[in-house]
Design a binder for this molecule. Sequence first.
Ligand code: NAG
Ligand code: NAG
Length: 178
Amino acid sequence: MANILLPTFLTITLFTLTISSSFSTQTPTIYEILRSNGLPMGLLPKGVTNLTYDDQSGRFEVHLDQACNSKYENELHYDVNVSGTLSYGMINAVSGISAQDLFMWFSVKEIRVDVPSSGLIYFDVGVVHKQFSLASFDTPRDCLASVISNDDQLISQTVPKIQSRKLGHHEEHTIAVL
Ligand SMILES: *[C@@H]1O[C@H](CO)[C@@H](O)[C@H](O)[C@H]1NC(C)=O
Ligand SMILES: *[C@@H]1O[C@H](CO)[C@@H](O)[C@H](O)[C@H]1NC(C)=O
């Protein structure tokens, strides 16, 4: 029995070692790095280039050909340069990602998932946490060209006066959040 199983075991071990070493010699993509940090690959859209990644600090930076929007449960906006600091289940010091909510754009500061997973993902936009279904970030999405002006980034300036009168409760929400 042992005589039959031992060669099989060795073959499987060698096979596994071959596979893992051929993976580690390739430069991982940002999507693989996200996944190895317990984060969904779809946090970054298709088409990111020029990855720089420091696996000591977790600091990464990627570029997009143009600023663009991707549609998830909410709309996300990506700047030309997106960066952050990766640790397991979390990206800190996020730069270059904004999330739309209640017609306003919020700069995303931090993204995290529960470990072990609860199926939710949290976007910290400074004043509040937004939570989304983790599954919606499974795969990288298309990202369509778009621009947000600097004014749009400021919560208080996003809702024009006429619109805030029409959406009275909306304005209250804004004030409450601030
Ligand atoms: C990204 O890399 C390409 C070539 O791979 C280069 O032409 C381009 O200038 C780089 N962009 C940035 C922003 O570093
Ligand atoms: C993006 O990063 C590149 C290289 O790091 C820099 O030259 C460029 O000015 C940045 N663009 C923006 C819009 O911040």
